[in-house]
Design a protein. Structure first.
Length: 546
């Protein structure tokens, strides 16, 4: 084996000197740029390796990006296709042809099985916000003679109208300029201003304007400066400060409903919690002084009496601390709720007040990330989790008690076998406890009761995906808007995002809902229970039926 001294070495100074030489060489500018970038990349890798805090895995992710489960699936699919497309050179042409025909038939059959039913279009009933206009014949009606001269029959109503769903576009916010005629008396000098059209209130900003700004910002993640730019291009300019004022006014109108929503959530049966980081500029100085104490947005999704409630809290408290504050509103005498989260300490501030359940997807991920290093061992865990989720899909539509019984029958033996295998890996010393796989399996065994609570408590979820999806709304907003300026601004965002996401979880038109609250803010403050999203939806259905 060669000694280390036999390998040629290149110092960073030599690479920098080489870069200077390349700049002066007689090459195309594009080629010079590529060579310099390549050498700069080498210098970066050398610097990272000298720090001794970078692994080969991190370097690989830096070069090729972090691989996800989809990437692994595509790679495996590519290998399968290559193995299927390769034919043995010794095979006869007839055998190869027969195999091609067989593969083609299997492919067609597979496509027929995977092809979803229907034409792929959305049903007209899904467009609940579409304006409905009934079109009638001007000259014809049921019972009239057929207009065809050669027919002589009579017309009747099919009661199956033909639908044309037409989409039109407008700027986010439109403006109408009402030019009101003004008359003045020549003698007394009194002014008489023409009235506005019927149904038009004398307000500069209509409720529909405020609702649109709030939905686009806190529901769609579109920052105010982008909204302002779009408005300017459409000839209806609105400043960013104006948009903030309108959102602040909307949050003020909905504050009583939001506070009642918190009390409703406190009485929930299942509570999902998680955190994501957020930047609040007014807190940065204090965060630096406290060293390690940062700001985050806690997402809490609650299932209470068949309804789903989403709440956001931005500040220095973690999800567990925010949940502890929320549970102070819980009425005495209620049984302990189930808290679904990951195993981070930030979520475990209320162990005595809740039944703790941990996310099965988080535990699965600890093993999946090691699949490339320990393929056979990881496949055992992943296969077991896959069977559990298959049983979960089969149990959809069952009641909580029926679902529990089904999982105990189908998934219980799978999980018992998996636990026995994990314990055997350590007792037989097949896995080193301090290895990456050992740490992943120890995580499973340490939190086994919390990870399998769904086998003991009815209604327990398998994972925390509900909260993960809810936090995506705030993550999108953070990526586009970067920060909140003050804690007050973060509170406004929490209120509006909570109401919008709650509407989304319950299948309610969030825009119509906010418009209703803004137009009836006085009543919403006095009777907030009438303006909870599900109560609002029922009143809307009743009014339409009437």
């Amino acid at each position: 084996m060669a000694n280390r001294e036999e390998f040629s070495r290149t110092t960073p100074d030599e690479i920098e000197h080489l870069i200077k030489q390349i700049r002066g060489a007689n090459l195309e500018p594009a080629s010079k740029d590529k060579i310099e970038r390549l050498l700069r990349t080498v210098l970066t890798f050398v610097e990272l390796l000298q720090r001794r805090n970078t692994s080969i895995r991190k370097l690989r992710e830096m070069i090729f990006g972090r691989r996800t489960e989809k990437d692994h699936g595509k790679k495996a699919e590519g290998r399968d296709k290559e193995s299927e497309s390769g034919t043995d050179e010794k095979e006869s042409p007839k055998a190869a042809t027969d195999q091609d025909v067989s593969r083609e038939q299997n492919s067609v059959e597979g496509q027929e099985k995977l092809r979803p039913k229907g034409h792929g279009h959305r049903a007209a009933s899904e467009y609940s916000g579409a304006k409905k206009i009934q079109c009638r014949h001007g000259q014809l009606k049921a019972g009239d003679d057929c207009p065809s001269e050669m027919c002589g029959g009579r017309l009747y109503d099919l009661n199956e109208p033909t639908m044309l769903l037409q989409f039109t576009g407008n700027p986010l916010i439109t403006a109408t300029n009402y030019e009101r005629e003004v008359l003045r008396c020549a003698k007394c000098q009194d002014r008489y201003v023409a009235p506005l059209p019927e149904g038009v209130e004398e307000k500069r900003y209509d409720a529909t304007c405020d609702a649109t700004i709030a939905i686009m910002k806190y529901g769609g993640g579109l920052p105010w400066y982008r909204q302002s730019g779009l408005q300017s291009m459409a000839g209806v300019p609105l400043s960013e400060s104006t948009m903030w004022e309108r959102c602040e006014a909307t949050a003020d109108a909905a504050l009583s409903v939001y506070l009642l929503l918190m009390r409703e959530a406190a009485a929930g049966e299942i509570i999902h919690t998680d955190d994501t980081r957020v930047r609040i500029l007014s807190c940065l100085k204090e965060d630096e002084e406290e060293k390690g104490r940062a700001t985050q947005t806690s997402g809490i999704v609650v299932k209470a009496e068949g309804q789903k409630i989403a709440l956001y809290f931005s500040g220095r408290r973690h999800a567990g601390e925010n949940l502890a504050e929320l549970l102070k509103l819980r009425a005495e005498g209620l049984t302990r709720p189930i808290q679904m989260s990951d195993a981070l300490a930030a979520n475990s501030s209320v162990e005595k007040e809740v039944i703790t359940s941990y996310c099965l997807v988080h535990a699965r991920r600890t093993v999946f990330e090691l699949k490339g290093t320990y393929p056979s061992e990881c496949e055992i865990v992943l296969d077991a989790v896959g069977k559990v989720y298959q049983h979960e899909a089969e149990a959809s539509g069952l009641s909580a008690s029926e679902r529990l019984a089904y999982h105990r029958e189908k998934s219980g033996p799978v999980m018992e076998k998996l636990k026995a295998w994990m314990e055997e890996q350590f007792s037989e010393r097949e896995v080193e406890p301090n290895s990456s796989l050992g740490k992943a399996l120890r995580y499973w065994l340490k939190y086994w009761d919390e990870l399998t609570l769904w086998l003991r408590e009815p209604g327990t979820e398998l994972d925390n995906n509900e909260c993960e999806r809810a936090l995506k709304q705030f993550i999108l907003m953070r990526k586009n808007s970067l920060f909140f300026r003050t804690e007050h601004g973060a509170a406004v965002g929490d209120i509006l995002a909570s109401l919008i996401q709650t509407c989304r979880l319950n299948g309610i038109n969030a825009w119509d809902y906010l418009v209703t609250i803004i137009r009836n803010k006085s009543e919403a403050r006095r009777h907030p229970h009438l303006y909870l999203p599900w109560n609002y939806a029922e009143s809307e259905r009743d009014s339409r039926a009437a």
